[in-house]
Structures are given as structure tokens and as C-alpha cells.
Design a protein around this ligand. Structure first.
Ligand SMILES: Cc1cc2nc3c(=O)[nH]c(=O)nc-3n(C[C@H](O)[C@H](O)[C@H](O)COP(=O)(O)OP(=O)(O)OC[C@H]3O[C@@H](n4cnc5c(N)ncnc54)[C@H](O)[C@@H]3O)c2cc1C
Length: 332
């Protein structure tokens, strides 16, 4: 059981467009708000960027206040602009910590905010607790062989939290969060960045890598045949990921690459198909809760971190697995 802070925690939350075009709180943000609630009895305030934030979802999680920076025509894609907005929000109260989901932009904003406040920052925390009045972050390193507990010091401890590090926990008493508009000045360095163009990636129709509870990952062993990977992902409602080899070969888009030079994921379930488990890949998935591997090489390093491994040809194993899943669901 963690000690508690007695000051509010500020969380920068992310939204995505839902059905009908309204802004919906992302699952990763809901997880961080739930985690923050367990670390303080001073309440949780959030910084939300859309003009119509998802107040019902934030209320269900017990957030007390929604701070809405006046972005007007400023670009929310520029991390310097968001850091300026967050700093203005922080100035309005005495916060005990600032937390952000571990997205690419989240890490950038967190480090900018920490630098401007001369505070410590930890990226990709898999757990947070309070000891006395100190925030302690847990991170994993070196292919999951090391766990670090790091005390985050400074005026306002800052941490980015990995997706899947905490469950979404509805508040015992839902709130009706107050929405407060916050004016802020854009710093010269943020103002010096201009978004020239911005193009939405065409959706795959699947859940995104960042928000997925389950991810099926294609390795070189697929030899470019993504059909089994897609079939298993669709059966499980999972996202599809890829190793760098698969992205390099053009068998999957680059934004699906997981690892040192790709995305960092920690879903409840990771399934690697024809993935050897090179360290450059495993650094990006080693904190997944359950790791399943199908690979024909019994000496592949993926089996050292797998909870469940099958040594075999993925083109024989996956169809059998699909049949078994459908039979268990009574679909056959
Ligand atoms: C600086 C740097 C950064 C890198 N960044 C990344 C990164 O971000 N992400 C990343 O993934 N990699 C990265 N890499 C590359 C990384 O080192 C590995 O080369 C890569 O992860 C290997 O991908 P793989 O597992 O798909 O292929 P392989 O290592 O070739 O493994 C394929 C496995 O599939 C097995 N197999 C073959 N056929 C079948 C079959 N029919 N059924 C079952 N199993 C089969 C093989 O036996 C083998 O074990 C980086 C490398 C460098 C140098």
C-alpha cells in the first residue's frame, strides 16, 4: 500500500475522435488518471486540449477539475506549445506531481516541463508509488532483466506512464468536473515551430498499438504473409505490430514497428509470430503482462522472456490456435 500525497496531481490527458466526431478520452489517459487517484488524497486535475473534453469519462474516473488551455489557432501537435500550456496550468495550484501517458508527444512534453521547472523526470514508468512525500517510479530495463525504482525529486516530480501499467478504475464517487479555461503565452522556442502540413494516417479499422490490450506481432518468420497475423489479431480484437525487419521489407507500415527505434508497448497480451526476440525488439515490449511466442527456433531469445512458447511453424500453429479459440467460443 502506497503512502498518499496531500496535494492534487496534474495529468495531461489525450483524446481521440470517437463515433460521431466527439472527443473521447483515450484508454491510456484513463489508466493514468486512475493511477493518479490512488497516489493522492488531494484530488486529480487534468489538462485537456480539445475545446469539448470528455467530461463524462473524466467524471466517472473522479477527476475534480479540467483545465482547458486556450489554444485558439495554436497547433496541439507542437510539444513546446503544449508544454507552455501545461506550465500555465501548473502555476494555478500547488501540485504534488505531473503525470503523462507515455506517448511520443507525452514524453516530449514531460521532459520540457521538467526542464523548465528544474524537476526530475522519469520516462516509461510501469508503476508509481508514494513513499513519505516522495514519488517513486518503477521502470524496466535491459530486456526485462532489471527493475529500477527511481525517486523523482525536484519542485514538481514528473513521470510518463506506460500504457497498460494500471487498470482503468471507475471512481467510487463519480465527480462533475469543473472546466476552467487557462490563458497562456507561447514561448519563443515553441513559437518558432510551425506545422506546415499534417496528414491523418489511414486507419486499419483495428485498435491502435498504444491502446491495445492485446498485440499480435509479425516477425521475419511470416515471410511477408500477414494473413495469419491479421486473422489472429481480428479474432482476438488485437492490434497488429511488427519487427523492424518486417517494416524494412515493407510487409507492414513503419508505424507498427515495436522496439528501440519503434513503439514502446506494454499490453496485457503480446503474441510474437516468427519473432526471434532480438534485444532491439524486446526493449519495446518486455513489460507486456503476458508474452506468448511462436517460433521454429528453440534457441530463439524470445523464449527466455515468454510466459508461453510454442516451438513450431507459425503457419501450422496459428490455424490450429484459431480453430481452438473458435471452438472454445462455440463458433465452430
Ligand atoms: C540500432 C538498431 C535498432 C533496431 N531497432 C529495432 C526495433 O526498433 N525493432 C525491431 O524489431 N528490431 C530492431 N532492430 C533489429 C533487430 O536487431 C533484429 O534484427 C530484429 O528485431 C529481428 O526481427 P525478427 O525477429 O522479425 O527477425 P529474425 O531475427 O530473423 O527472427 C525470425 C525468427 O522467425 C523464425 N521463423 C522463421 N520461419 C518461421 C516459421 N514459419 N514459423 C515460426 N518461426 C519461424 C526464425 O527461426 C527466427 O527465429 C534494430 C537493430 C539495430 C542495429
Amino acid at each position: 500500500m502506497t503512502d498518499l500525497l496531500n496535494t492534487p496531481i496534474l495529468v495531461l490527458v489525450e483524446h481521440q475522435r470517437g463515433d460521431g466526431g466527439s472527443w473521447r478520452l483515450t484508454p491510456a489517459s484513463a489508466q493514468v488518471v486512475s493511477l493518479a487517484k490512488e497516489l493522492t488524497d488531494g484530488g486529480v486535475h487534468v489538462v485537456a486540449l480539445p475545446s469539448t473534453p470528455d467530461a463524462p469519462a473524466l467524471g466517472a474516473l473522479g477527476a475534480g477539475k479540467i483545465l482547458r488551455p486556450r489554444l485558439d489557432d495554436l497547433a496541439p501537435r507542437v510539444s513546446g506549445v503544449i508544454a507552455d500550456a501545461v506550465l500555465a496550468c501548473i502555476a494555478g495550484d500547488r501540485y504534488g506531481a505531473f503525470l503523462v501517458p507515455s506517448s511520443y508527444r507525452g514524453r516530449e512534453v514531460a521532459s520540457r516541463v521538467a526542464m523548465r521547472l528544474d524537476s526530475g523526470v522519469v520516462a516509461d514508468a510501469t508503476a508509481l508509488e508514494v513513499e513519505g512525500e516522495a514519488l517513486i517510479a518503477t521502470t524496466v530495463a535491459l530486456a526485462g532483466t532489471w527493475t529500477n525504482r527511481i525517486r523523482v525529486a525536484g519542485a514538481l516530480p514528473v513521470a510518463t506512464v506506460k500504457t497498460g501499467a494500471h487498470a482503468v478504475v471507475p471512481a467510487a464517487t463519480p465527480s462533475d468536473p469543473v472546466i476552467e479555461d487557462v490563458d497562456f503565452e507561447v514561448s519563443p522556442e515553441a513559437g518558432a515551430v510551425e506545422v506546415v502540413s499534417s496528414t491523418a494516417e489511414s486507419g486499419t479499422g483495428r485498435v491502435s498499438l498504444a491502446d491495445a490490450d492485446a498485440v499480435v506481432v509479425a516477425g521475419r518468420g511470416t515471410n511477408g504473409d500477414m494473413s495469419v497475423v491479421n486473422a489472429l489479431a481480428d479474432e482476438l480484437g488485437a492490434a497488429v505490430g511488427a519487427t523492424r525487419v518486417v517494416a524494412d521489407e515493407g510487409w507492414a507500415p513503419r508505424n507498427l514497428q515495436i522496439g528501440q527505434t519503434g513503439a514502446n508497448i506494454s499490453p496485457k497480451l503480446y503474441i510474437g509470430l516468427g519473432v526471434s526476440g532480438a534485444i532491439h525488439h524486446t526493449v519495446g515490449m518486455q513489460s507486456s503482462a503476458h508474452i506468448v511466442a511462436v517460433c521454429d527456433d528453440p534457441d530463439a531469445p524470445i523464449f527466455e522472456i515468454a510466459d508461453f512458447g510454442v516451438v513450431g511453424d507459425l503457419f501450422e500453429v496459428v490455424p490450429q490456435a484459431l480453430e481452438a479459440i473458435r471452438a472454445a467460443r462455440g463458433e465452430n
